[in-house]
Design a binder for this molecule. Structure first.
Ligand SMILES: C[S@@+](CC[C@H](N)C(=O)[O-])C[C@H]1O[C@@H](n2cnc3c(N)ncnc32)[C@H](O)[C@@H]1O
Length: 314
């Protein structure tokens, strides 16, 4: 499903949006959010209009022909409401799913330069992982996400932490470093091969004595945990179809105020595009919606790398 965006420079975006929606009220279906955003559904597709510094517009349609027609229709209405044909509306090229750029590479590089840095050991683990695992190395969390995990673990004053998806151990080192004195990390994975690298680096990072590695399907490890709610923080970064079950097992064992952090909630942008309908897409989309509506939790989704959700138990 292709998307295209435009920002329209008008002096009073909210007032202008009211004019546009009043004009379209009869010919399109309209949904107004409490924060002033409007979603307008035409026969060709859907537009979301957000008053910000200008009026931000997103247009989405089933295919590129429908998108072109949708943009023409909206452009016509927007120009009429602005009182003239000369209003500048520059639509971006259409992008869909995997082509969506979540973080501009220049911004991504700037972010990496502005977090508590990767030390030599984590840097070496990144290089070793790339050499040992090839393209699988892309599964490793980036340095800024790792620094964020250490910070969240410290903020949660965590003594009981859980990780689902260890790989070569980068995120486990970050979590283990944030643990309170005497704290422990239960680390779940199915791969002996990848976690043998993790074990080596846990030793060298001086955190091996704080980590209990359990090899086997994570769902079995989680279900075998005591039912009492004592987990302070959990990080889910493993097989995507397993996420809903991991989330449930963890949330029921989180202490009030405890955090669950889920990685890859955008699936490279494909979650945002309903044209993608494989199992991992539908599972992740449904889970993202469920977490938002979960009355046990407060949650926020952030564009950190491939998207993370942080949910805190009430
Ligand atoms: C995305 S990687 C984890 C990356 C890691 N957090 C890091 O920063 O390096 C996913 C890991 O989940 C593991 N995994 C896949 N299915 C699993 C399952 N059913 N139970 C436990 N671990 C699983 C894989 O072996 C892999 O190491």
């Amino acid at each position: 499903m292709p998307f295209s965006t435009a920002t329209i420079a008008v002096p009073h975006p909210a007032r202008y949006l009211r004019l546009v929606t009043a004009r379209l009220d009869q010919e399109a279906s309209m949904d107004h959010a409490a924060d002033g955003r409007a979603t307008i559904t035409f026969s060709q597709g859907t537009c979301v209009l957000t008053p910000a510094r200008g009026l931000d517009v997103i247009a989405a349609a089933a295919d590129s022909a429908a998108l072109a027609s949708l943009r023409d229709t909206l452009t016509r209405h927007l120009r009429r409401c602005a009182g003239g044909e000369d209003l500048e509306i520059a639509w971006t090229e259409a992008v869909s799913g995997e082509d969506m750029q979540i973080t501009d590479p220049v911004v991504g590089d700037y972010l990496l330069r502005h977090c508590t840095g990767t030390d030599g050991l984590l840097g070496e683990l990144t290089v070793v992982t790339r050499e040992a695992t090839g393209t699988a190395a892309g599964m490793q969390v980036a340095a800024d996400e790792g620094a964020f995990l250490t910070m969240l673990t410290r903020m949660a004053d965590a003594r009981h932490a859980v990780e689902v998806g260890v790989f070569t151990g980068y995120s486990s080192i970050c979590i283990a470093r944030g643990l309170a004195a005497g704290g422990r990390l239960l680390a779940c994975d199915i791969s002996d091969e990848w976690t043998s690298i993790a074990r080596r680096y846990w030793q060298r990072a001086g955190v091996a004595d704080r980590i209990d590695l359990r090899i086997g399907p994570a769902i079995e490890t989680l279900q075998a945990l005591p039912a009492e709610p004592r987990i302070d923080i959990a990080f889910i970064d493993a097989d995507k179809p397993g996420y809903p079950a991991y989330y449930e097992e963890i949330v029921s064992r989180l202490r009030p105020g405890g955090l669950v952090v889920l990685d890859n909630v955008f699936l490279g942008g494909e979650v945002l595009d309903p044209a993608y309908q494989e199992e991992h897409h539908t599972v992740m989309r449904r889970l993202n919606d469920q977490i938002t509506a979960d009355e046990r939790m407060d949650s926020v989704m952030l564009p950190v790398r491939d998207g993370i959700t942080i949910a805190r138990k009430r």
